[in-house]
Ligand binder design. Structure first.
Ligand SMILES: CCCCCCCC(=O)SCCNC(=O)CCNC(=O)[C@H](O)C(C)(C)COP(=O)(O)OP(=O)(O)OC[C@H]1O[C@@H](n2cnc3c(N)ncnc32)[C@H](O)[C@@H]1OP(=O)(O)O
Length: 191
């Protein structure tokens, strides 16, 4: 058991990819079912990665961030330390890597919506440098839904609670067919 922000959580409770039902239609069908609430995700539970090789959260991507997002009552949270693989200026995380973290965690907050959606726009404010090897807490929530359009907001803070970044995004709800071309390409390449 560990503490993340205001929440205790247990990594053993993570929903594993193999527990999702991908038999009928593969990964995206599994994701859609999961986001639609057919698999219960409790507050405090670590959420499954978007895909095994996702650049933000995939455990099998050696160049990825390996984010671990936890479901909270209002959205999701993650604590993350950037390392040399994401360096920009010496000792400081690259802004693009910080944007990746925000975007990926926005994707996790879809659990509170129960629908598949993708990023249409993303704005990041860098309030202070994200130092390598320092833990930052990211908190993300969906603030509004109008039709297919979702507005999302996130904040990141350092261990003292000082705000180091914030982000706003518009996501647009899509059906599973949105991912078909990418999935077909991956299959044809034998991945
Ligand atoms: C499974 C989840 C994984 C999450 C991983 C982390 C997040 C990601 O990395 S996602 C990958 C990056 N994003 C993408 O690849 C998306 C690429 N873009 C697209 O495919 C399309 O532009 C897409 C699907 C977003 C929208 O296209 P389309 O379906 O034609 O929508 P469109 O009709 O233009 O607009 C839909 C709605 O959004 C609104 N909208 C579109 N753009 C904006 C915008 N910039 N701001 C506000 N609203 C907007 C429209 O007004 C419309 O609203 P309404 O339904 O109320 O009329």
């Amino acid at each position: 058991m560990a503490t993340l922000g205001d929440h205790d959580y247990d990594y053993a409770s993570v929903v594993r990819h193999e527990e999702l039902d991908y038999r009928d239609g593969g990964l995206i069908a599994g994701w859609a079912a999961h986001l639609a609430g057919q698999v219960t995700v409790e507050v405090g539970q670590v959420l499954p990665p978007h895909s095994p090789h996702c650049a933000g959260c995939g455990p099998d991507n050696s160049a990825g961030l390996h984010l671990r997002a936890v479901r909270t009552a209002s959205g999701v949270e993650a604590v993350h330390s950037f390392d040399e693989a994401q360096v920009g200026a010496p000792g400081i995380a690259h802004g693009g890597a910080v944007a990746l973290a925000f975007d990926d965690l926005f994707g996790f907050s879809l659990y509170t919506v129960g629908a598949l959606a993708v990023t249409r726009s993303l704005t990041v404010e860098y309030h202070a440098p994200f130092l390598l090897h320092h833990p930052y807490t990211f908190r993300v929530q969906v603030t509004n839904r109008t039709g297919r359009r979702l507005l999302l907001h996130a904040e990141a803070s350092d261990a003292t609670g000082k705000k180091t970044g914030s982000a706003d995004a518009t996501f647009v709800v899509v059906d599973p067919g949105h991912f078909a071309a990418g999935a077909e390409q991956e299959q044809s390449q034998g991945q």
